[in-house]
Write a protein that binds this ligand. Structure first.
Ligand code: C2E
Ligand code: CA
Ligand code: CA
Ligand code: CA
Length: 285
């Protein structure tokens, strides 16, 4: 189409670094990349929040910020599709900072109106975490938005921690000393072994959805989830089960001693106003 040709023309005129190798091979990918470039300034992003539930009380005790992209023509585009593109092109740096700012700002607003959202979890990408001045940026953002550091939890994956262990330890220690919490996302899916748990200042383990999904059908998944929960308790870490969809999954996790959960059983990721309502009510179900 002519739109595509125009897009390609523009692509050629840009500095080489601006169009990824993948986009040069794949016109669909190029279109996505170009759209992503404009998304921030056109205000196409929003943040949804999925509450973290204390299953003993049914109360929301935190929330995870999840990025949403609504493109005027392409519609909703899943983060699973555009985050890798943002990562590869470097756009994730500005997008990630936008999410962090929005989530911190919103958490402060909730507090100002007397609500108790608990900690807000924000996902960091590998590229953001690799940045030498990440800790400094986070501290600056917290100051700018006026959020107490204890109300922020950054979610990292195992592979991000293992990329450059010394730098990761330094960054995390800096954040930790400032009062920010750190969660390991998708826990149990990395190939990193367990010894790193001693070295990194971690607060929370998030049991990967894949174990939760199969907990009722696959004894191995059930055993792994159970072992993660027991280990977290021994190490004095919080543990959250992700992707809890059925009462049966919830029951088994609870029997293993898991108190904090996230999943469609309790609530989907919802727009800000909906989480505000949930916080007012104070419990799910
Ligand atoms: P994640 O961090 O593991 O987030 C959990 C994903 O599981 C979310 O998908 C959430 O909507 C989904 N989910 C929650 N409860 C359930 C459930 O009960 N069942 C099922 N099947 N799924 C559930 P989402 O929002 O599509 O995000 C996908 C991934 O994209 C995230 O995985 C995260 O890695 C990434 N992502 C999302 N927002 C951001 C962001 O702001 N920055 C970065 N760097 N990555 C993000
Ligand atoms: Ca996450
Ligand atoms: Ca996860
Ligand atoms: Ca993930």
């Amino acid at each position: 189409t002519s739109a595509l040709r125009r897009a390609k023309g523009r692509g050629r005129n840009m500095h080489l670094a601006y169009v990824s190798a993948a986009a040069n091979r794949d016109p669909e990918r190029l279109a996505l990349e170009l759209a992503l470039r404009g998304a921030l300034k056109h205000g196409e992003f929003s943040v949804h929040y999925q509450p973290r539930i204390d299953v003993d009380s049914g109360a929301p005790v935190g929330a995870e910020a999840l990025l949403r992209w609504h493109h005027p023509h392409m519609g909703m585009i899943s983060p699973a599709r555009f985050i890798p593109v943002a990562e590869e092109t470097g756009l994730i740096e500005s997008i990630g900072e936008w999410v962090l700012r929005a989530a911190c700002e919103q958490n402060r607003l909730w507090r100002e109106s007397g609500l108790m959202p608990g900690r807000i979890g924000v996902n960091l990408s590998a590229r953001q975490f690799r940045h030498a001045d990440l800790a400094l940026r986070v501290v600056q953002l917290l100051k700018e938005t006026g959020l107490d550091p204890q109300h922020l939890e950054l979610e990292l994956t195992e592979s991000m921690l293992m990329e450059d262990v010394d730098t990761a330890v330094a960054t995390m220690t800096c954040l930790k000393n400032y009062g920010v919490s750190i969660a390991v996302d998708d826990f149990g899916t990395g190939y990193s072994g367990l010894s790193y748990l001693k070295r990194f200042p971690i607060d929370t383990l998030k049991i990967d959805q894949s174990f939760v999904r199969e907990i009722t059908s696959d004894p191995a998944s059930a055993a792994i989830a159970d072992a993660i929960i027991a280990m977290a308790q021994r190490l004095n870490l919080d543990v959250i089960a992700e992707g809890v969809e059925t009462p049966e999954q919830c029951r088994l996790l609870r029997e293993s001693g898991c108190r904090y959960m996230q999943g469609y059983l309790f609530a989907r990721p919802v727009p800000t106003e909906d989480l505000t309502k949930l916080l007012r009510v104070g419990h799910v179900g």
